[in-house]
Design a protein around this ligand. Structure first.
Ligand code: HEM
Ligand SMILES: Cc1cc2nc3c(=O)[nH]c(=O)nc-3n(C[C@H](O)[C@H](O)[C@H](O)COP(=O)(O)O)c2cc1C
Length: 559
């Protein structure tokens, strides 16, 4: 039996799976071995190399001492550039970093780095490999190697310093609540706050500006109330949450949205999402900014998995090379649609994230670089570019980040098969409206133009309960996406957390449907909701769990 069945995935759960996959990833275990372990019903004895890996991985749950022993087991590289020399080049006008034991001068690249110069300065004069891998794949390095100056190979090894924060996180992880005590999605967020480095949590949690859109995304759901139907002839166990996304059958009307940074949350990052999505037959949107290379990532993706590809253009060159991306999407059996971002004409101003980065850097004169958000960096992407894309592929093309009904109507007329109404989880234009409000407007406009059957509507942002999902479906959404909740679930519990989150949502959706008197997703409609208050922003009744987990913006500290 091959690994690529849902049953085999189920046998590969928890820490053992983490350990095996990590060993596999680092080529200490072959695909064959991994499959054999995953399907073997006998108690598992891991290969020695895999157990060293488990103990050397702080984040995967090993002790600090074990991490140190694991570190000793790896021989230091024997190159020409001593560690001491690298450490001297730690300034904006003279910045070296180490990636995979190779030393690079990135001074000229600081201004060009799409993630901002600050990210590179955080690791200036140091080994950046671990941080780089949390966000990027090897492909990113290969693609951009010409922008960096290769100095030579590292000689020796940087001291493995364990910070007070890492120790605190380890202590918290040892006391983490059991999964059974996680009742809802906000629980995951409150735990992620404790087990993630502050800088990572702030990167995830940040919205833009004053975070009105971030919060309103969620609160919009609390402005809709239900109108249940009574005395229906429905068997309690017959509730069916399956539906069709762009013609593909999925078992739930939700999908895992595409986002950067999964490996900041957990060492197996996107692999957790992929495996849990497959197991539950839930749609997964694979991010462009995957921390695994395509080869590494798709190696584990079964042909019968259901995925969408998310893509955006950083520069003109990427747009000119879009053909390659389309051919890749078409060639992958799991990919059922390609979603292009249309909300990235610029990057949002995310102050919580910048504020935290300043704190992490301590006393420094390089603040200009650290808080530099690279405004105006993204390339121009127009309806004309889109028309060319649509005419050049047979894979369904969709747009992520649409924010007004008129644009959905236009998209439908241009042959776009789906849109995600989204303000990027409140991370782009602050005061862009909650997608739920845009949905109501959009439905009406499509109806007026007789285009309702031409385009599918999805939305994301602020969904934290099964009732939120059901409300969006009643208003006409085909399905909804979630972002941060999956990062938070992974942070505490890896793949098990992701699966638990999906289970919680599934149970909540079913429970809501039973109480509404609805057995099937396609039977949900506007008659089940009272939406007269949808446009009344800032309700009086606040959501206690959500508000407590919410991390407020702060003022600058005195020096
Ligand atoms: C020299 C090595 C590096 C190269 C070539 C590189 C390249 C890139 C590229 C191409 C992007 C844009 C990706 C996209 O949206 O299409 C990006 C974004 C980013 N990079 Fe790097 N990077 C490097 C090092 C680092 C390091 C060391 C860190 C962390 C300490 C980092 C953190 C980030 C972050 C956080 C983003 C933005 C992610 C977002 O969209 O929210 N990068 N980088
Ligand atoms: C840390 C983080 C990184 C993200 N990166 C991307 C990305 O690379 N591409 C993208 O289309 N959306 C990205 N998003 C947006 C999500 O896909 C999604 O629109 C948003 O998170 C939904 O809101 P929610 O987090 O409230 O569920 C990111 C979101 C977060 C929180």
């Amino acid at each position: 039996m091959l690994l690529h069945t849902r049953t085999a995935y189920r046998t590969l759960r928890g820490k053992t799976q983490d350990c095996l996959l990590a060993a596999f990833k680092r080529k200490r275990l072959s695909t064959k071995q991994l499959r054999a372990y995953s399907t073997d019903k006998r108690p598992r004895v891991l290969p020695r190399s895999a157990s060293i890996l488990r103990s050397s991985s702080l984040i995967a749950g090993g002790s600090v001492l074990a991490a140190f022993l694991g570190f000793l087991a790896i021989a230091p590289p024997d190159g020409d550039i001593p560690v001491k020399e690298v450490m001297l080049h730690n300034k904006p006008d003279d910045c070296w970093i180490v990636l995979n034991d190779e030393v690079y001068d990135v001074t000229g690249f600081l201004e060009l780095h799409p993630g901002g110069a600050g990210r590179l300065l955080e690791v200036a004069g140091r080994d950046a490999t671990a941080k780089f891998k949390q966000v990027h794949s090897q492909e990113t390095l290969e693609r951009m190697k010409d922008e960096l100056i290769h100095i030579g190979k590292l000689k020796g090894k940087f001291a493995n310093v364990i910070t007070a924060e890492e120790l605190r996180i380890e202590e918290q992880k040892a006391k983490i609540p059991s999964l059974e005590t996680i009742f809802n999605i906000s629980d995951f967020e409150s735990i992620a706050k404790e087990v993630l480095p502050k800088s990572t949590f702030m990167y995830f949690a940040s919205g833009s500006g004053d975070e009105f859109s971030l919060r309103e995304n969620h609160y919009a759901f609390s402005r809709i109330f239900f109108r249940p139907r009574i005395l229906q002839d429905i068997e309690p166990d017959s509730i069916d949450t399956s539906t069709y996304f762009l013609g593909t059958k999925v078992d739930m009307p939700i999908y895992i949205s595409g986002f950067a940074g999964s490996r900041l949350a957990h060492p197996l990052g996107e692999k957790n999402l992929q495996a849990a999505a497959y197991e539950a037959n839930v749609m997964e949107m694979v991010p462009k900014q995957n921390s695994f290379s395509s080869e590494e990532f798709y190696e584990d993706v079964p042909d019968d998995q259901n995925q969408w590809m998310q893509y955006h253009f950083h520069d003109r060159e990427e747009l000119e090379n879009v053909e390659q991306v389309l051919r890749e999407a078409e060639a992958r059996p799991s990919i059922k649609g390609i979603f292009f971002n249309v909300d990235l004409a610029d990057i949002g101003n995310r102050e919580k994230d910048s504020r935290q980065r300043i704190k992490d850097m301590g006393d420094t004169s390089d603040l200009d670089f650290i808080i530099d958000n690279k405004y105006g960096q993204y390339t121009k992407f127009t309806w004309k570019d889109l028309e060319e894309i649509v005419s050049n592929t047979n894979i369904p093309v969709a747009l992520k980040g649409v924010q007004r009904g008129e644009d959905v109507v236009l998209a439908a007329k241009k042959g776009i098969k789906a849109v995600v109404l989204s303000n990027h989880g409140g991370r782009q234009l602050d005061f862009s409206r909650p997608p739920l409000e845009v949905l109501a407007e959009t439905r009406q406009m499509l109806k007026d133009e007789d285009l309702e059957d031409k385009i599918e509507i999805y939305l994301d942002g602020g969904i934290r309960r099964g009732s939120d999902v059901v409300k969006a479906l009643c208003l006409g959404a085909k399905g909804v996406g979630l972002g941060r909740p999956f990062l938070y679930a992974m942070a505490g519990y890896g793949q098990d957390g992701v699966s638990h989150l999906i289970d919680i949502l599934n149970e909540e959706i079913k429970n809501n449907m039973r109480l509404l008197g609805v057995a099937k997703i396609e039977d949900l409609n506007e008659s089940f909701i009272d939406q007269k208050n949808l446009k009344l922003r800032l309700p009086k009744a606040n959501d206690v769990l959500y508000d407590t987990a919410y991390e407020p913006l702060t003022f600058p500290d005195f020096r």
